[in-house]
Design a protein around this ligand. Structure first.
Ligand code: ZN
Length: 223
């Protein structure tokens, strides 16, 4: 009788626990299906010479805490273009530093709550950004020989006018920063990326198709 009671209790516990466990499993399943659909690529095993400093996966960002799991993924079509760029950079003696790639919608919301200026963070109420579609990267470059990062106009993710490619702010950039960011931009444009006016570090591949924004929980798809 005691054994039966114990069995009943453990079954009851399983049934009670299932909604949470099953929801997590369903979310994980959904995430994997999405990653398969876009042919997601993990840049860590895809890009030669790349370095990773995913600021939004650390406390080194405007929120002071990690907004997602450190897994730099991109849609395959975009990753291929980045690979082409990485090869061109390598010929010139440089490697890419990745500061952000796929950024879930939940992270976009957290940034929006602080910045609240669509010039510097795409409004999640509206459309979000190409980061939520796995088609945007925030990058810099480093010297393959010395390992030193190249001088660029500003620190990453300033969320203000200083990083703008045009206007008075650009006049404040050093000559070396202008030269380095212009070189990086030329190579990225030649590989099919587009720029945005407000951030020297941001490159995106929009193509013709408009995929939906997503909110993958990257901690569920880290293997
Ligand atoms: Zn960006």
């Amino acid at each position: 009788m005691k054994k039966l009671l114990a069995l009943f209790l453990s079954l009851a516990l399983i049934v009670m626990a299932c909604p949470t466990a099953c929801a997590v499993e369903a979310k994980e399943e959904e995430a994997w299906i999405y990653l398969e659909e876009i042919h997601a690529v993990d840049l860590q095993s895809y890009l030669p010479n790349a370095r990773f400093n995913l600021l939004f996966a650390s406390d080194q960002n405007i929120t002071g805490r990690a907004l997602y799991e450190a897994r730099p993924i991109l849609e395959e079509k975009t990753a291929k273009k980045l690979l082409a760029a990485a090869e061109k950079f390598a010929e010139d003696g440089y490697g890419i530093v990745i500061y952000d790639a796929y950024r879930p919608m939940s992270a976009q919301w957290e940034l929006w709550e602080i910045v609240r200026d669509a010039k510097y963070i795409a409004d999640p109420n509206d459309w979000g950004s190409w980061h939520q579609r796995g088609r945007a990267v925030d990058i810099s470059l480093y010297d393959l020989e010395t390992g030193e990062e190249l001088e660029m106009p500003t620190p990453m993710h300033t969320f203000d006018a200083k990083a703008s490619r045009f206007g008075d702010c650009r006049k404040q950039w050093t000559e070396a920063a202008k030269e380095n960011s212009d070189y990086m931009t030329r190579v990225m444009l030649s590989c099919g990326f587009e720029t945005i006016s407000t951030e020297w570090w941001h490159f995106q591949y929009t193509g013709r198709s408009y995929s939906l924004p997503t909110d993958l929980d990257l901690s569920l798809v880290v293997r």
